[in-house]
Design a protein around this ligand. Structure first.
Ligand SMILES: *Cc1c(COP(=O)(O)O)cnc(C)c1O
Length: 377
């Protein structure tokens, strides 16, 4: 390898990894390969691919790219939840699981469902409370961390957790909000990183896909997960894999702009009289600021604000013209949502909390819309 291709920065890797070898007249990009099956041989072991549920060149390209960004072995799934389900599938009956008090609702519900059937003990702790996580982790088989958390934007001290969580426990980090550009949990001692690639990696609100990346020393876990994916079939769509790989190429640019916008908006929202509370780790006064400053390469583009109550929050959202009221996040477009509109959302999330996913539009247009909405709410 020439020197120019060593120690590449993540922004460069996001552009160059997961491409076919450079050959005259070969496509520069990995195209979507739509194939349910491949031409076989008498000894199936001779072919790498076999069948469309086993392997696909477009998945492999995406997995090479995500694996390179996180520093491990990636596997892609039909959704972030399918990826979460695959990880939880590693745990036998009677396991002990540590889960964040506030985390992605789907994951919390899935753990509860499995816990009821498989007699798991589930202990919920705040990811921002390192001592509490470590105390709970002592007898755990799996420690599930999400950071920053959805929807409350709490930040975990990943290096401290990675150092001190016992090696007997699988340490999972859902890093969806951070992307590999802001934190790389495997380098901090995590066993598995999870991404809902539906969000920032895709970046254009047009694909559902999940990814996990396994610590390269845990080839046992990688092998089990790969075998289970083949058998259970929670495989990603080919078109979705292509779209997410395409989205990754601009991740660094999109994130840089969205993050810069979020920093400006968070600061202005903090001094707005109608806003009771702003959670954004980039704010000096935020409880997650010091940890994020020390452990992350940026503060991300998710903000949580609290208005007085549900009716006030809803009136504000209804008056917005540019911001789109929708679930999901991490797209180029600015979106927001009062999370408690879902009856299943955790009761620890305040009624007036609005999660904002800042996009790449001009920040002054975004601010004007928010300001007008707040004035009339
Ligand atoms: C959206 C999300 C998920 C679930 O991913 P899907 O792709 O929607 O299945 C998991 N974790 C976090 C933090 C999320 O935001």
């Amino acid at each position: 390898m020439s020197d120019a291709l060593q120690d590449l920065r993540l922004e460069t890797l996001a552009v160059i990894t997961g491409r076919p070898e450079h050959q005259v007249d070969a496509p520069l990009n990995q195209p979507p390969v739509f194939a349910s099956t491949y031409v076989g041989s008498h000894t199936p072991e001779n072919g790498d691919l076999g069948y469309g549920r086993y392997q696909n060149a477009t998945w492999q390209a995406l997995e090479r790219a995500i694996g390179a960004l996180e520093g491990g072995w990636a596997l892609c799934y039909s959704s972030g939840m399918a990826a979460a389900d695959a990880i939880l599938g590693l745990l036998p009956r009677g396991s002990t699981v540590v889960l964040p008090t506030n985390c992605y609702l789907g994951v919390s519900s899935l753990v509860d469902e499995r816990a009821a059937v498989l007699d798991w003990t589930v202990e919920r702790v705040s990811v921002a409370d390192t001592a509490a996580v470590l105390a709970a982790a002592k007898n755990a088989d799996l420690v599930w961390i999400e950071s920053p958390t959805n929807p409350t934007i709490d930040v975990a001290d990943l290096p401290s957790l990675g150092d001190a969580v016992p090696h007997s426990a699988i340490l999972v980090v859902d890093s969806t909000f951070a992307t590999p550009l802001l934190q790389r949990p495997l380098t901090n001692g995590a066993t598995i990183v999870l991404h809902s690639a539906t969000k920032f990696m895709s970046g254009h609100s047009d694909a559902v896909l999940g990814a996990i990346v396994v610590d390269p020393v845990r080839d046992d876990l990688y092998g089990r997960l790969l075998a289970t994916r083949k058998l259970r079939g929670a495989v990603p769509g080919v078109m979705e894999s292509y779209l997410v790989l395409r989205g990754l190429r601009t991740l660094a640019l999109r994130l840089e702009r969205a993050q810069a916008n979020a920093a400006v908006l968070a600061k202005r929202l903090t001094v707005h009289p109608h806003v009771l509370r702003v959670r954004y780790p980039g704010l000096r006064a935020d409880p997650g600021h010091d940890v994020a400053n020390r452990t992350m390469a940026g503060f991300g583009s998710l903000i949580a604000i609290e208005l007085a109550d549900a009716p006030t929050a809803e009136a504000f959202i209804d008056r917005l013209q540019l911001w789109v009221h929708t679930t999901s996040l991490g797209g180029v477009e600015s979106t927001l949502e009062r999370r408690r509109r879902w009856s299943t959302e955790l009761p620890t999330v305040p009624e007036g909390l609005i999660r904002m996913s800042v996009g790449i539009e001009h920040v002054e247009d975004l601010w004007r819309d928010l300001e007008e909405g707040l004035r009339s709410a």
